[in-house]
Design a protein around this ligand. Structure first.
Ligand SMILES: [Zn+2]
Length: 499
């Protein structure tokens, strides 16, 4: 309470808020409100005592790390987004194309999603009893080759992240400091503290959760930079966040940083498949560079996998001997025309032929054998058969076929960054974000599934089951791999650990 005065006998207190009838005896009135005393009774001041200066209360809030809006996949960043677990997005049709027509969480199993985002968290926190799910960051260590052979300058400048302050109660600019602590000297965050005034200066925003719940928050863009230099992280590390006012200090957030002492390599072989005896033009070198850049710095780096296009080559099937049954079988399929063309068969036959005649075939082995450490991307100008042609009419659909360590990209996919990255994701063991698992593929099912076409994940589709476009695709923003996918891909048999 504020200043108080003691009065005796019966009076009426009228303030803006209420009218209080007081009887004989002392009553406390808040002098800060507009009090009018209608009684002629004397106010007795002699019992008034100024309260001791109270320590300022630390206001309750959470702090989250967030990815900046102009993120292009240059490091890994993942977090449990509100729409995954709260009914925020309107879902018209489910993944089986059955009508939903309701607002629902984007994941099938909210409890599984929450559990997944707490997996590997070093020391989970529950500030003020509120569930807290730290964001995950993955960075290449910036090291000299003496310090660490597999380091890179890729994330030399680190990741510049936004900070979000989520109110539990209304905050005020009271000098509270938000302090970051990293125990690992090779993992640095700058600045090491931010005044609450800086966050509040960004202006309060509101978002909604079901049941009319308003979440009030502030976002300071580019507030902190996180760098890992001099040595890799041997284990997942954490950056703790504290709120501090006077001698009050509370842990109010956390950033998890993925360990990076193992950097697997993914070797890609780009093979342009020709279907005429005429000599094929080599693959445009700018295209090769662009593809490599996207693999290396816009996608697989998120899983701390170093992607490299080992070679690009052409494979002219028009010159292969027709005495070979595999060659004639292949031609029967290719020349069969759109109505009978079988894309899966095409992939399998191309693999078979490449294993016999290809210039960069795996040494003594099969492309789909465990010993093969290369991923083969077959590019063809052929349209993807009947379905592909039908799909081509609406512009952006590509038939996709993945088989172990190889995949084929048909006509429409050749110029689509996302398609190449997406297919390579399958070959590293990832399923679609909306797939509950394909047992025939022998892949581990994802921990939960999303509704198709609602996320920015590379393994999502660019359209929803109702035919609407994925909103992230419209902004060319489907650039994410999620943390559970980093875990899966890093285990793939085709990756090279010693190089
Ligand atoms: Zn796919």
């Amino acid at each position: 309470m504020g200043n108080m005065i003691s009065i005796a006998k019966t009076i009426v207190e009228s303030s803006e808020l209420s009218t209080t009838y007081a009887t004989n005896g002392d009553i406390s009135l808040n002098a800060a409100s507009q009090v009018k005393l209608r009684s002629t009774e004397k106010i007795i001041y002699d019992q008034y005592k100024a309260p001791a200066t109270k320590e300022k209360e630390l206001k309750k809030f959470l702090v989250h790390f967030r990815r900046p809006a102009d993120y292009k996949g240059e490091y890994g960043f993942d977090w449990l987004r509100d729409e995954y677990i709260y009914a925020i997005n309107y879902i018209e049709r489910d993944n089986n194309n059955q009508p939903c027509n309701s607002t629902m969480p984007l994941v099938s199993d909210v409890a599984a999603a929450k559990k997944e985002y707490l997996k590997d968290v070093k020391s989970p926190v529950k500030p003020y009893g509120v569930d807290y799910y730290p964001a995950w960051l993955s960075l290449f260590p910036y090291t000299s080759s003496q310090q660490f052979k597999y380091g890179s300058s890729m994330n030399k400048d680190g990741a510049r992240l936004d900070l979000e302050l989520e109110e539990i109660e209304e905050v005020i600019s009271d000098g509270t400091e938000i302090i970051f602590e990293s125990k690992n000297p090779n993992l640095k965050i700058t600045p090491q503290k931010v005044n609450i005034a800086a966050l509040m200066g960004s202006g309060q925003q509101t978002r909604f959760r079901p049941g009319g719940v308003k979440v009030k928050y502030y976002t300071l863009k580019g507030a902190v930079t996180v760098v890992n230099a001099n040595a890799p992280l041997q284990q997942h590390e954490e950056i703790k966040v504290f709120a501090k006012l006077g001698n009050k200090k509370e842990e109010v957030g956390k950033l998890m940083v993925y360990n990076n002492h193992v950097i697997p390599k993914m070797e890609l072989i780009l093979v342009k498949v020709g279907t005429q005896a005429n000599s094929l033009p080599a693959i445009d070198q700018q295209l090769v560079k662009d593809i490599e850049y996207q693999f290396k710095r816009g996608s697989y780096n998120q899983a701390l996998i170093r992607a490299e296009i080992k070679t690009d080559t052409i494979f002219e099937t028009g010159v292969l001997p027709l005495t070979d049954h595999d060659v004639t079988s292949y031609w029967n399929n290719v020349l069969g025309g759109a109505a009978s063309f079988n894309e899966q068969q095409f992939l399998e036959e191309v693999i078979k032929l490449y294993e016999k005649y290809g210039q960069h075939k795996p040494n003594g082995g099969r492309i789909n054998a465990d010993a093969n450490k290369r991923t083969y991307i077959f590019l063809t100008d052929l349209p993807a058969g009947f379905n592909g042609i039908a799909a081509a009419a609406n512009g952006d659909v590509i038939k996709e076929f993945v088989w172990g360590n190889a995949f084929v990209v048909f006509l429409k996919g050749l110029n689509q960054r996302r398609t190449l990255l997406h297919e390579a994701g399958h070959s590293l063991g990832l399923q679609h974000t909306f797939s509950a698992g394909q047992p025939t593929a022998g892949l581990k099912p994802p921990p939960y599934t999303f509704y198709q076409g609602h996320t920015d994940n590379i393994m999502d589709y660019t359209w929803q089951t109702n035919g609407n476009l994925n909103p992230y695709n419209a902004k060319d923003n489907m650039r994410s791999f999620f943390k559970f996918q980093w875990d899966i891909m890093r285990q793939d048999r085709s990756l090279i650990l010693n190089y």
